[in-house]
Design a protein around this ligand. Structure first.
Ligand SMILES: [Zn+2]
Length: 347
């Protein structure tokens, strides 16, 4: 499941200012106390059950500053490589030495010790506004990007495929896998036109985990998608689906994000941006943004899963089957992603 970060680092564009925080052995108690000390609402609080994730509390304050509080340890060190600042934090120990003051990375980034923590201070108004969290081999990184779509790495996951048709409409026998791929291909073209780089989990009518036997649960296929996307290390991830329910009167649009991911804050904003545009373009019932822990939503990037209309609903199946539908849905997704990259942290 682990993937090579070195390989990915080489691929990273040099103008991205990336900021790595490594934190091992952080106790839950420490995380909790840090959360309590934040004087503004903590907006990132990862709580995956089996991993000792550090709590990084980030809060916007006046002058658009972001404060990142991390615990520090005895053997901590840091280095700058390819515009990545990596803090290596062995464990939460207040007496640790940390050479931050000796080697300022950038005039807009300040470090200071405060109790048992290192406080990293960044002036967002002087830095590119797009940032998100990612796992590294040893810890966690924060990546900063310029606003806008140009140069962004975007992963698109057309739901289902091959012997997994997804949901099937009762009236036209329309298959979800066909609709999701058509939307994804249109979206890919639009994003590339805007200068983004696009990765697709599939571009043809195929299942992604080709070892999966027909009729088996698609769980392994979802994890395969997660693996491929993680390896690509996108700046944004979107999975495209159509909804289905036993109640054939269910209808509308909903967009999911993972509330327990490292990027819950950004994923929620991304979900809202995508959902808003889908509603605006398609003029269908707004079921809102919702929470889900799907395998594909575990990727370390702002990640959303759009459920675009109910294929189980007669009227919406007909909409999905219309020749211009994929293009309309793709425009909505495109506008949502573009809006997110214009102001991912905006209130
Ligand atoms: Zn689906």
């Amino acid at each position: 499941m682990r993937y090579s970060k070195k390989k990915k680092r080489k691929k990273r564009r040099t103008f991205f200012l990336t900021f790595a925080l490594v934190c091992m052995g952080l106790s839950v108690a420490m995380a909790f106390s840090m959360g309590k000390q934040a004087d503004a609402p903590a907006i990132l609080n990862s709580k995956a059950a089996n991993t000792a994730l550090p709590l990084i509390s980030i809060h916007r304050q006046r002058h658009l500053r972001i404060y990142i509080n991390v615990p520090i340890g005895e053997d901590d060190s840091w280095r700058v490589q390819n515009n990545i600042l990596e803090l290596t934090l062995s464990h939460a120990d207040a007496s640790a030495a940390f050479p931050a003051e000796e080697q300022p990375l950038d005039q807009h980034i300040g470090f200071r010790r405060q109790g048992g923590r290192v406080v990293v201070e960044l002036e967002l108004d002087k830095l590119p506004p797009v940032f998100y969290f990612m796992k590294t081999e040893t810890g966690y990184a924060i990546k900063w990007l310029d606003a806008g779509l140009a140069g962004k790495r975007i992963a698109i996951d057309p739901g289902h495929g091959g012997h997994d048709p997804g949901a099937i409409g009762q009236y036209l026998r329309l298959e979800e896998k066909t609709v999701t791929l058509a939307i994804a291909l249109e979206l890919k073209a639009m994003l590339e036109q805007a200068g983004a780089e696009v990765f697709m989990t599939r571009s043809t009518d195929t299942i992604v985990d080709t070892t999966l036997q027909p009729g088996r649960h698609i769980g392994p296929d979802l994890w395969k998608r997660y693996e491929l996307v993680s390896e690509y290390s996108p700046d944004f991830f979107i999975s495209v689906h159509n909804n289905s329910w036993s109640d054939r009167f269910a209808y509308g649009i909903e967009t999911y994000y993972n509330p327990n991911s490292l990027n819950a804050y950004h994923s929620k904003r991304a979900a809202k941006a995508v959902q808003d545009e889908l509603i605006r373009e398609l003029q269908r019932y707004n079921r809102g943004i919702k929470r889900k822990n799907d395998a594909v939503l575990q990727v370390d990037a702002p990640a959303v899963l759009a459920e675009i209309l109910f294929i189980s609903n007669k009227e919406e199946e007909a909409m999905l089957a219309a020749p211009d539908f994929a293009g309309r849905a793709a425009i909505a997704l495109y506008e949502g992603i573009a809006a997110y990259f214009l102001d991912p942290g905006g209130e």
